[in-house]
Design a protein around this ligand. Structure first.
Ligand code: PRP
Ligand code: URA
Length: 209
């Protein structure tokens, strides 16, 4: 069974409280999504392998550790996942970025794929899928199906807000994929929106409502 990590760091929780507020502007909402993704990135990459190197300081030779050339990819689920990419890239400037376009059919609530573009060597990369909302889990589970079809083997999911329903669906479909969230909310409403959640993440990032 996969690991579910809920971040309780005060900085993340403080930013999340502003993010949820319906009065928060598009500008601030965008900035917060990016900042929270950056903070979550620290923990989600905690298991990156390190190698020992020697570095000559102005005083002496220091034994240091650096990331051991692990190949990574960040894969946002469009649209809302795009909001998390800048924060991740600011922590990992050389990371490759793939894109999966999915939208939830308003009637069935099931994801519909419209775009899929990955780095050519995605099968050799560890992948972090990013999407602010894990509601029914349909989008995340489908995105990870497509990634596995493309050959990806080591995948993590990073969402800002999760619902128990989405976590359960993910764990059933992809028990090998660890899940990182900044908050685990209560339930889904009749429109499959997370309660209390933050509303429609894509609309709030891009100002489309
Ligand atoms: C939102 C969100 C997730 C999905 C979560 O995207 O960004 O991708 O819903 O819901 P689920 O867990 O029930 O699948 P949406 O389909 O609204 O598309 P958008 O990002 O283009 O607005
Ligand atoms: N997608 C969103 O953007 N918000 C929700 O609460 C659920 C799905």
């Amino acid at each position: 069974m996969s690991k579910v990590v809920v971040f309780d760091h005060p900085l993340i929780q403080h930013k999340l409280s502003i993010l949820r507020d319906e009065k928060t502007s598009v500008k601030v909402f965008r900035e917060l999504i990016s900042e929270i993704a950056m903070l979550m990135c620290y923990e989600a990459t905690r298991d990156l392998p390190l190698e020992e190197i020697e570095v000559k300081t102005p005083v002496a030779v220091a034994k240091c550790r650096r990331i051991a050339g692990k190949k990574l990819a960040v894969v946002p689920i469009l649209r809302a996942g795009l909001g998390m990419v800048d924060g991740m890239v600011s922590m990992m400037p050389n990371v490759k970025v793939g894109h999966i376009g999915l939208y939830r059919d308003p009637a069935t609530k099931e994801p519909v794929k419209y775009y899929f573009k990955m780095p050519a060597d995605i099968a050799e990369r560890d992948v972090i899928v990013v999407d602010p909302m894990l509601a029914t889990g349909g989008s995340a589970a489908a995105a990870i199906d497509f990634l596995k079809e493309a050959g990806a083997k080591h995948i993590k999911l990073m969402s800002i807000i999760g619902a128990p329903e989405g976590v359960a669906r993910m764990q059933e479909a992809h028990p090998d994929v660890d899940i990182f969230v900044a908050a685990m909310d209560d339930h889904l409403n009749e429109n499959a929106y997370i309660v209390p959640g933050l509303g429609d993440a894509g609309d709030r990032i891009f100002g489309t409502k």
